[in-house]
Design a protein around this ligand. Structure first.
Ligand SMILES: O=C(CO)COP(=O)(O)O
Length: 255
């Protein structure tokens, strides 16, 4: 499918890093470096950094995202944040179903689906993460796992909702390990995701879907990964914590 139909998006997932002063300093260094980016640039920061990040990126091309949201609009859910609360602040994106949320906080395909629907209802753009465990790759069931995660995440979401969604393919074994999927492995699974979406919504809708790769993506390997026909950007962990490394990935996606 024609890659020119899609503008790549490079999103940083800061995870549980950076206090407000550090967030401000990083964004003040980053924004000028990426001001001429030929791709979307997003920083997904801890909840406590959202206000700082929105202020530091105001008037720039850098968009701000959160790293999760709850699926209810309000209520007795101690410690949770509703999608509307994020939207009301001016947050535009939200990472959902990250493997660390699935692994350490018992999130499931079903709750990822509920969160995705809640995010869309609030007007947020979800970055929905899918990806196989190492054991699943070794069992040869990567395509089935990723396709299933994609299908469940999208249950009950119409074609209009799909237009606001990014799907990030993050093989769990490549996250924070320094082990990157080869460009071919990344391209192959991103193509599976697009084919799954084509099966649900048709080829035309799938041809506009941004599918990111994430997992030890850095300034050195970004160009090769992004050259794959079905890889439309990246969800960057470690390398998003340094302005120069992150801006080099943005540059690779802008070519
Ligand atoms: O989990 C990731 C982004 O969401 C990837 O993290 P790393 O880039 O640190 O491997």
């Amino acid at each position: 499918m024609n890659k020119n139909l899609r503008t790549p998006v490079i999103a940083g997932n800061w995870k549980m890093n950076k206090n407000r002063a550090e967030a401000k300093a990083l964004l003040e260094e980053l924004c000028p470096l990426v001001k001429d980016a030929g791709c979307g640039v997003v920083v997904c920061v801890p909840f406590t950094d959202l206000e700082t990040a929105l202020a530091a990126t105001a008037g720039t091309n850098v968009k701000v995202g959160a790293q999760n949201c709850h699926f209810e609009t309000s209520g007795a859910f101690t410690g949770e944040i509703a999608a509307d609360m994020l939207a009301e602040m001016g947050v535009e994106y939200v990472v959902l179903g990250h493997s660390e949320r699935r692994q350490y906080f018992a999130e499931t395909d079903e709750t990822v689906n509920l969160r995705t629907k809640a995010a869309l209802a609030a007007g947020l753009k979800p970055i929905v993460c899918v990806g196989e465990l190492l054991a699943q790759r070794e069992q040869g069931i990567t395509a089935e796992v990723v396709s299933l995660q994609t299908k469940v995440a999208l249950q009950g979401i119409d074609a209009e909702g799909l237009r606001s969604i990014i799907i990030a393919y993050e093989p769990v074994w490549a996250i924070g390990t320094g082990k990157t999927a080869t460009a071919e492995q990344a391209g192959e699974v991103c193509a599976v995701i697009r084919a799954t979406v084509a099966g649900l919504y048709g080829e035309e809708a799938a041809s506009h879907l941004v599918v990111q790769y994430g997992g030890s993506m850095n300034a050195g390997n970004a160009a090769e990964l992004l050259a794959q026909p079905d890889v439309d950007g990246g969800l960057i962990g470690g390398a998003s914590l340094k302005a120069d490394a992150f801006s080099q990935i943005v540059e690779a996606a802008s070519k």
